[in-house]
Structures are given as structure tokens and as C-alpha cells.
Design a protein around this ligand. Structure first.
Ligand code: HEM
Length: 463
């Protein structure tokens, strides 16, 4: 009889104490970077009796996410947050997930999201109406507010302006608390600890807003063509429709998955641009040439290639989804190693995106590396900010369009200068975000247009 080899890849063994309070939990970005350096493309991590295989080679990541996708479910931290996400797209599994994915997919088709472009620009412009030359702001907070409003308006046709602050604060808190791996994995959510009670209150607050939006839409019978309408009107073969609870799970998932990720992408992009004046000047040159002072629109996107490359490069260096995790649900093999049911698999965009085998000067911010057919020449999973395979991000085209249009709208009018002495530090929570925000000074570009146009000219002639 054939027997799978019993080997487990070499790697560290962490006791419970070291796991809880050591580098894996305290600084996972460094931990995984060091692991890749020490053990190469595959490493085995033992935490007490739980085993995880950490894979770094793009081909092996493809094996996990694409070829063997059905042999896994989502990782333990995401599943431990199911009381927040419920059976929404991010956390549901199997046939239920597939049905929901098919129902939601049309809302993210290219033609559909094209209709969201004008809203994205309009909301970015509204944000600028409140900005003033010389003011100091937290770019991350500004981007968070903006992307939350956009997701609410485009997907649910809800003007959550009056609720935005409440929803935003609650969502932020849920993400923060949900990312505390120690607490999430060891303290079940139903135990009435002060933190769990707090989480319960925040969920109740968001739910009350979501149920209100759902019930208003049900009673108006309005067919708006947005995601909420699609979900409300979707019918199974037996004629059944989604319950309010299912709608709540999908909407809370999209609010959570769809705003902080894009906001962080933009925050990192502002921070990177502020430190790279040549890249910033090139961006301004492109905006001035392509837009000539008018607002960006969907049709401009194909011409705003440098802006697109700034976003692509920000997503490479600071991928909001900095790592992915899976748990095996059947025995099989990956890269010649046996994977037993119940074993974990971990992959880190943070590590792969900074691997010198795929990227020259991997630590440097170089949007121009994406010119020509660079992406096509990369192994498919050397760049995977949106994951891949059947569980790939449903909102990736939405996010790229949104990030590029916001970048263009804001950079057309303002330069964001870093406030000296304010640290910008990555925090690898559920998403990768700037721990203390990104404090910036707003500098109106109009106020220094002569200088800008000479910068712009220089940048153009450098091409
Ligand atoms: C730059 C922004 C974004 C990044 C980096 C990002 C990243 C990801 C990644 C890596 C996954 C796969 C997770 C896994 O395989 O375990 C994912 C899934 C998902 N994302 Fe995004 N995302 C972004 C924006 C959005 C937006 C704007 C939306 C919705 C409006 C969205 C909705 C979702 C949903 C619903 C899933 C689960 C899909 C499924 O399993 O069927 N994301 N995202």
C-alpha cells in the first residue's frame, strides 16, 4: 500500500509562551522574513501540536491556492472571527460560499463597476472641499472615511454620511480586536470578557445600521442595480431568497473587506510618494498632461498608466493582505511534503513581494518597474495582493479603479508632505496598515504651479 512520506519541513518549534509573546505574534512581518531567509522556499512551524507549512515559492503558492484549493478552508484567525463576518463571502465555505459568490459576482463585473467611477471621483472631490492649504491631517483617517463612504454608496446606495463615523469606528475596532491572535484563538467569542462584550456592542451597532438599510430597501422595492438589489432579488431554484441575516453577513463583510484595504493602499502610496520626489513629479506630470486640470473619469484610466503603476507598486511593498492562511481538510501533498488534515498552510505576500529573485532592488519604491510586460514575465504568484484561485478577491478591479481615481483626484490638487518626527510604522493586523496613521501637511498644487510645471517638465524629459 502507498504511504505518504512522513517528513515535515525543517523549521522552528514554538512553545505556547514563545508563540504568544514571541516574534510570531509581536512582529510577524520580521518573523516570516527571517523564516524565509533561514529555511528557503518551505518551512515547517510547530506551535505546540499544531503544524503549519510556510511556503514562499510562487509555484507552490499556486499549488495551494489554485490546483488544490478545494482541499483547504480559510485559516484559524479568519474563522475565529465568524461571529463578525457570519457566513459572508470571506468566511463561508463549500457550496454555500459558491452560491453566494455567484450571486454577488455580477455586481463586480467590469461593466457594473465602470458605473461606480463617477461616484468615486465625486466623493474624493467632496473630501477635498474640506481640505485647506497648509493644514495638517492624518492621511490614513481621511482615506478610511472616503473609502467607507464609497463602498456604502456604490454597493448599497446608502449615503452613510450620518452613520459613517459610527460605522467606521466600530469597524476599525472590530478589525483591531479581531486581529489579536492570542485573544481570538484562545478566548471563545461567547465568553463574557470585557473585550468580548465590547465587540458584541460594536457588532450590534453596525447591525442596527445595516438592518435599517436593508429594511428601507425592502420596503421601497427600489431596483437600483447595485449589489444590495442584486442580493435582495436573487432567487434560488426553489424560489427562496436571502434572509436578512444572510444579507447582514454579506454587507458587513463587504464593508470590512472593501474599505480598509483600499484606504491602506492609498495611505502607503501617499507615504511612498512623499519620500520619492522623482516619482511624485512624474505622477504630477502625467496628471497635468492627461487631465489638463479637469476631473478624472473612467475613460482616463487607460492613459493614467503611471498612476496605476504607483498603486501596483504600493500594493507590492505594502500589501494590505500581507499574508494568507489555510487549513487542510484532507490529506494530500504539497511540494513533495505530506499535508495532513488539520494542518495549516501560510503564505506571505509581504515576503514574496520583496524577494530579490523576482524584483530588482526589492525594497525600493519604483513604479516604473511595472512598465512594459514586466507583470507578464513574473511567475503568476510572485505578485498576488488580491490572492488567487477561486477565493481571489472579488473586489480587485473595484479596488484598483477606486485607488487610481482617488490618487489622481487628490494628487491633481494637493501634495501631501510628511510631518517631520511623526513615525510611520507598519502594523500587521488582519490588514497591513500604518500603526500611527500618516500625518501630512496639505500643500495645494495651485499655489506653486510654476514650480510644479518645471518639475513636471523635468520628469517628462527623464522618460
Ligand atoms: C487594495 C484593496 C484590496 C486588497 C489588497 C484585497 C485583498 C484580498 C485578498 C488577498 C483576498 C483573498 C483572501 C484569501 O484568499 O484568504 C480578498 C478577498 C475578498 N475581498 Fe478583497 N481586497 C481589496 C479590496 C476589496 C474590495 C474593494 C472589496 C469589495 C468591495 C473586497 C471584497 C472581498 C471579498 C468579498 C473577498 C472574499 C472573496 C471570496 O472568498 O469569495 N476586497 N481580498
Amino acid at each position: 500500500m502507498w504511504r505518504a512520506p512522513s517528513k515535515f519541513p525543517a523549521g522552528p518549534s514554538e512553545g505556547l509562551r514563545r508563540w504568544s509573546f514571541g516574534p510570531l505574534n509581536e512582529n510577524p512581518l520580521d518573523y516570516f522574513t527571517r523564516l524565509a531567509r533561514e529555511y528557503g522556499d518551505i518551512a515547517g512551524i510547530r506551535v505546540v501540536n499544531f503544524r503549519t507549512i510556510f511556503v514562499n515559492h510562487p509555484d507552490t503558492i499556486e499549488e495551494v491556492l489554485v490546483a488544490n484549493a478545494r482541499k483547504y478552508i480559510k485559516g484559524r484567525v479568519l474563522r475565529a472571527n465568524r461571529h463578525v463576518f457570519g457566513e459572508g463571502l470571506l468566511t463561508s465555505e463549500g457550496d454555500f460560499w459558491l452560491r453566494q459568490r455567484r450571486l454577488a459576482q455580477p455586481a463586480f463585473h467590469r461593466a457594473q463597476i465602470a458605473s461606480y467611477a463617477a461616484t468615486m471621483v465625486e466623493y474624493a472631490q467632496r473630501l477635498l472641499e474640506n481640505w485647506q492649504n497648509g493644514e495638517e491631517r492624518d492621511a490614513h483617517q481621511e482615506m478610511m472615511r472616503l473609502t467607507l463612504q464609497i463602498v456604502a454608496k456604490t454597493l448599497f446606495d446608502a449615503d452613510v454620511a450620518r452613520d459613517t463615523q459610527d460605522v467606521g469606528k466600530s469597524l476599525e475596532l472590530l478589525l483591531e480586536l479581531g486581529a489579536n491572535f492570542r485573544r481570538t484563538l484562545f478566548v471563545p467569542h461567547w465568553v463574557p470578557t470585557p473585550t468580548n462584550l465590547r465587540i458584541k456592542r460594536e457588532i450590534a451597532l453596525i447591525e442596527s445600521i445595516l438592518y435599517r438599510i436593508i429594511s428601507e430597501r425592502r420596503s421601497s422595492g427600489r431596483e437600483t442595480g447595485d449589489l444590495l438589489s442584486m442580493l435582495l432579488h436573487a432567487q434560488d431554484e426553489d424560489g427562496s431568497r436571502m434572509t436578512d441575516r444572510q444579507l447582514r453577513d454579506e454587507t458587513i463583510t463587504l464593508f470590512l473587506a472593501g474599505h480598509e484595504t483600499t484606504a491602506s493602499t492609498l495611505s502607503w502610496a501617499w507615504w511612498l510618494l512623499a519620500q520619492n520626489s522623482a516619482a511624485e513629479a512624474k505622477l504630477h506630470a502625467e496628471l497635468d498632461t492627461v487631465l489638463g486640470g479637469r476631473s478624472p473619469s473612467l475613460d482616463d484610466l487607460s492613459k493614467l498608466t503611471y498612476a496605476g503603476n504607483v498603486i501596483t507598486e504600493a500594493l507590492r511593498l505594502y500589501p494590505p493582505a500581507w499574508g494568507l492562511a489555510r487549513v487542510a481538510i484532507e490529506d494530500h501533498e504539497i511540494a513533495g511534503y505530506p499535508v495532513k488534515k488539520g494542518m495549516g498552510i501560510a503564505m506571505a505576500q509581504w515576503v514574496v513581494h520583496r524577494d530579490a529573485r523576482w524584483y530588482d532592488a526589492p525594497e525600493e519604491f519604483r513604479p516604473e518597474r511595472w512598465e512594459g510586460d514586466f507583470l507578464k514575465r513574473l511567475p503568476r504568484f510572485a505578485y498576488f495582493p488580491f490572492g488567487g484561485g477561486p477565493r481571489q478577491c472579488i473586489g480587485n478591479a473595484f479596488a484598483l479603479m477606486e485607488a487610481t481615481l482617488i490618487l489622481a483626484t487628490v494628487a491633481q490638487s494637493y501634495r501631501l508632505r510628511l510631518v517631520p518626527g511623526h513615525p510611520v510604522v507598519p502594523l500587521a493586523s488582519i490588514t497591513l496598515r500604518p500603526r500611527y496613521g500618516v500625518r501630512v501637511l496639505l500643500e495645494s498644487r495651485q499655489s506653486g504651479s510654476a514650480e510644479i510645471s518645471s518639475d513636471a517638465k523635468q520628469a517628462m524629459s527623464a522618460d
